[in-house]
Design a protein around this ligand. Structure first.
Ligand code: PQQ
Length: 574
């Protein structure tokens, strides 16, 4: 088994992108605390030499940091003693992959295990490097960019496996995850999101789902029955988010993305298992349970956002929970062992496409006024909240076991959505909708909030307004400080009540995730800046027409007044 599990238990390291396998993004370090955070200063900086959106963050293991960049996905090993570069890895990739990446040329970072660094390149090549030298140990190709298959997710190491996903829901790609032997790169299993039961590693009799107020077997052909003809073959359900793993049950968790195309009229049915949380046995890949958040998506509410594993008190009882802040604006708490639905509530009150989640069927109660299918193709459905960016997109939340609260970066944006007929051509966009996005119509006028959430009751505890969406990942710490970044480029520290303690303007907008480590007795905070991602696609790709970038360009046009391109890691200490 991998040494990374033990490495994550020492808070001096930041050995996985999320800090640990439960996706909590929490650190036990407390040298930096709510009283002294206001004195944080820059310790050192590092330029990646790459423009466009910088997601994810660096890993720290012992005296070495590993920093990655967006396409062309360069990796640097940095000596923490003197910040010198130990080695640099520069993959050669065909730039033809760039135009088939939907939402900027982002990469959510590298993984570490047993002396190896794992890099998921945009062109779908998965590489294992020698962590000491940067030399290639093995590499495998996991998809085909010519049919729109790309990769932006971080590889995840669980036990002895490296797991990776695929992007391309806007190109009719058929989503799946694949597990490889971390030592050799040999494929161990693959599990699709749609299609025949065997392809999905679904057992009709033992794979369970929430049905009529209890868990029940999914039954035969649970996906095939919910698609017309062969549409599941180009049906999306990609897997570009953050995965988690519970060693106690040997289950791994992840979500699937939107069904293709965005024109819902072209794909009648529930489109299973797009928009779904999967719990899979790590050894066999077999699905233990599934839960579909948004059946027959009509808004592009991908279900890929991170699954955070935590013990949560629900109705007086402590549950082994999975907490998930979905694009569709509902915060879900499920029993992670059985898959039972416990809580589902809006984490932004402006959410209007559904009034609530029916706790018996687990299905959203859709508001007909905002049904882009009922209103019909070539009709512009207006005022839908949230926008296709969701109340939260890829930006991961943090959970503090100390406060029992979840700290969630959110979007506060609504949209108009007009579906149109779209024909599938391999490697061409298969989108079928025109979108405009704008701030949600509420008093503070901003496009984002940073919130604290009680997952046991499904309630917002506090909400801190932001001018733009909070597109960076959060970090909470035992020092009672919570960190996040903003699209204008501020890294901010707040206390457990959301009171701002400190901020610093980094060289570019922040869509990376804040992390922390300790070296020679000193605690550091690090964050990548570099504007881009879907929200920053206008600046990143030089687009100006408001409906370009799948509607994000118009929504975020004011960003150009606050920030500019450029990838930099900024490191802070007291
Ligand atoms: N990527 C971002 C980003 O990095 O800012 C935002 C999004 C993606 C989305 O909102 C998407 O819907 C999305 N969808 C797919 C897909 O359906 O395959 C892939 C990606 C991606 O790989 O970045 C995004």
């Amino acid at each position: 088994a991998s040494d990374v599990e033990a490495l994550t238990k020492n808070p001096q390291n930041w050995a996985m992108q999320a800090g640990g396998m439960a996706n909590q993004r929490y650190s036990e370090l407390k040298q930096i605390n709510k009283d002294n955070a206001k004195t944080l200063q820059v310790a050192w900086t590092f330029s990646t030499g790459v423009l466009r959106g910088h997601e994810g963050g660096p890993l720290v293991i012992g005296d070495t940091m590993y920093v990655h960049s967006p396409f062309p996905n360069n990796v640097f090993a940095i000596n923490l003693e003197d910040q010198s570069i130990k080695w640099k890895y520069e993959p050669k990739q065909d730039p033809a992959v760039i135009p088939v990446m939907c939402c900027d040329t982002v990469s959510r970072g590298v993984a570490y295990s047993d002396g190896k660094i794992f890099l998921q390149q945009a062109d779908t090549t998965l590489v294992a490097l020698d962590a000491k030298t940067g030399r290639e140990i093995w590499k495998v190709v996991t998809g085909n960019p010519k049919v729109g298959e790309t990769a932006t997710n971080a590889p995840h190491i669980f036990k002895d496996k490296v797991i990776t996903g695929i992007s391309g829901g806007e190109f009719g790609v058929r989503g799946r995850i694949t597990a490889f032997d971390m030592n050799t790169g040999k494929e161990l299993w693959k599990a699709f999101s749609t299609g025949p039961d065997t392809d999905m590693r679904i057992n009709p009799a033992t794979t369970m789902t929430w049905t009529d107020g209890k868990m029940a077997p999914v039954g035969k052909d649970s996906s095939l029955k919910t698609w017309k003809g062969d549409q599941w073959k180009i049906g999306g359900g990609t897997t570009w988010g953050w995965y988690s793993y519970d060693p106690a049950t040997n289950l791994m968790y992840y979500g699937t993305g939107n069904p293709s195309t965005w024109n819902p009229r072209q794909r009648p049915g529930d489109n299973k298992w797009s928009m779904t949380i999967f719990a899979r046995d790590l050894d066999t890949g077999e699905a233990k349970w599934v839960y579909q958040m948004t059946p027959h998506d009509e808004w592009d509410y991908d279900g890929v956002n991170e699954m955070i594993l935590a013990d949560v008190k629900v109705k007086g009882e402590t549950r082994k929970a999975l907490v998930h802040f979905d694009r569709n604006g509902f915060g879900y708490t499920l029993d992670r062992v059985t898959g039972a639905l416990l809580v589902a509530q809006k984490f932004d009150p402006v959410v209007n496409w559904a009034s609530s989640i029916d706790m018996k069927s687990g299905r959203p109660i859709v508001n007909a006024k905002y049904s882009t299918d009922k209103n019909g193709p070539d009709v512009n459905s207006k005022g839908i909240c949230p926008s296709a960016l969701g109340t939260k997109d890829q930006q991961p939340a943090s959970y503090s076991p100390k406060t029992g609260l979840f700290y969630v970066p959110t979007n506060h944006v609504c949209m108009d959505y007009e579906p149109f007929a779209s024909e599938y051509v391999a490697g061409q966009p298969y989108v079928g909708a025109t979108l405009s996005m704008y701030p949600a119509p509420t008093s503070h006028g901003g496009m984002g909030n940073f919130i604290a959430w009680d997952a046991g009751t499904g309630k917002i505890v506090w909400s801190k307004p932001e001018k733009f969406s909070v597109w960076s990942g959060a970090l909470s710490t035992a020092g009672d400080v919570v960190f996040y970044g903003t699209l204008e480029g501020y890294i901010k520290a707040v206390d457990n009540n959301g009171k701002e303690l400190w901020k610093f303007k980094t060289p570019s907008g922040i869509i990376g995730n804040v992390n922390t480590w300790e070296y020679k007795g000193r605690q550091y905070i690090g964050v990548l800046s570099g504007i881009g991602g879907w929200a920053g696609i206008g600046l990143a790709a030089g687009l100006t027409k408001s409906t370009d970038g799948l509607g994000a360009v118009g929504g975020y046009k004011d960003l150009a007044k606050y920030t500019n391109l450029g990838g930099t890691l900024t490191v802070f200490a007291l």
